[in-house]
Design a binder for this molecule. Structure first.
Ligand code: UTP
Length: 295
């Protein structure tokens, strides 16, 4: 079965980025020239995804507006002959269809995915977190590899993982690989935010997943945690415990997962992408050197 659709949850409240996210979605925060969610859409389309469902919520309409036509802006750019900019804001010839639905109450990632059940139907699908970019300027090909593995192994789930330092394992969902050699593993189990002493590896779930539709049945069985949230990791745990085929693909050493959900990581991501800007990167690098030299 070919994987051609993706669910992108963007309904979270983004409380770790307040006050920046009080009236704008964290997924629309800029990283260098583009909002985060545009990188996510570009990565999905480059991986062969042709139908993308955004699970949005209150206060998230700017995401829909971003990908929509803006006749006034187009007319203005045409009149002033700014054709280079025109190409950057006109998404009409994108190779994917965009769909939107709403998560009415923010009950966690698992619940957000459940909002896409009718969209996915009986087909396997990708989940890409709307606040994470894979690879500098979203150039990672990890998702493509995950999709190929999913189809090849007739898996129930394939997840992207990234090796994190030991002192960070307690911030992530961590996998227990059957055998940690190479960059593709069968997953025995998963644990959400384990203390260092209980972490089965340093391989953290990196915001990209491929699922068979069975995941919806699992999500429905997950009990809310103490914050009232339905955790996707718990549904994946059930897949493992039922003995279903769950695999992980490790991001190559030269590719990172850029998580924009907290300030330190957002700052770092912005600077790294800005430094790689073909026009402004070199001057920005010089300016940064000056700034750092004066400290
Ligand atoms: P996070 O786990 O970072 O949650 O979401 P959050 O609620 O947005 O952030 P904090 O903890 O309050 O700062 C990961 C992705 O899942 C989406 C988010 O929008 C983000 O893209 N999400 C999360 C939902 O769509 N719905 C939810 O109920 C929770």
């Amino acid at each position: 079965m070919m994987v051609r659709s993706a669910i992108v949850p963007v309904a979270g409240l983004g409380t770790r980025l307040l006050p920046a996210t009080k009236s704008q979605p964290k997924e629309m925060l800029p990283v260098a020239r583009k909002p985060i969610v545009q990188y996510v859409a570009e990565e999905l389309m480059a991986s062969g995804i042709r139908d993308i469902l955004f699970v949005t919520g209150r206060g998230k309409t700017s995401i829909e507006n971003h990908f929509d036509a803006d006749p006034e802006l187009t007319a203005q750019l045409e009149a002033t002959k700014k054709t280079d900019l025109l190409g950057q804001v006109d998404f009409s010839d994108m190779p994917a269809n965009f769909f939107y639905t709403r998560q009415r109450v923010q009950r966690g990632l698992g619940d957000a995915i459940l909002c896409g059940e009718n969209f996915a139907g009986e087909q396997p699908f990708v989940v890409a977190l709307g606040d994470s970019i894979l690879g500098l300027h979203a150039k990672s090909r990890c998702l493509q590899k995950m999709i190929e593995l999913f189809e090849d192994k007739r898996a129930s789930c394939v997840v992207a993982v990234e090796e994190v330092p030991e002192n960070e394992v307690s911030q992530y969902g961590i996998i227990h690989p059957v055998d940690a050699d190479g960059d593709v593993f069968r997953v025995q189990n998963l644990i959400e935010k384990p203390p260092v002493s209980e972490a089965p590896s340093r391989l953290a779930i990196a915001g990209r997943y491929v699922f068979a539709p069975i995941i919806f049945d699992m999500i429905r069985q997950v009990k809310p945690d103490k914050r009232g949230e339905i955790q996707l990791t718990n549904a994946m745990k059930m897949l493992c415990e039922e003995g279903r085929r769950v695999f992980a693909v490790k991001l190559p050493a030269d590719e990172k997962r850029y998580d924009i959900g907290n300030f330190p990581s957002y700052y770092e991501t912005f600077v790294e992408f800005a430094l790689a800007d073909p026009d402004h990167g070199p001057a920005f690098r010089e300016r940064l050197r000056e700034l750092l030299g004066s400290k």
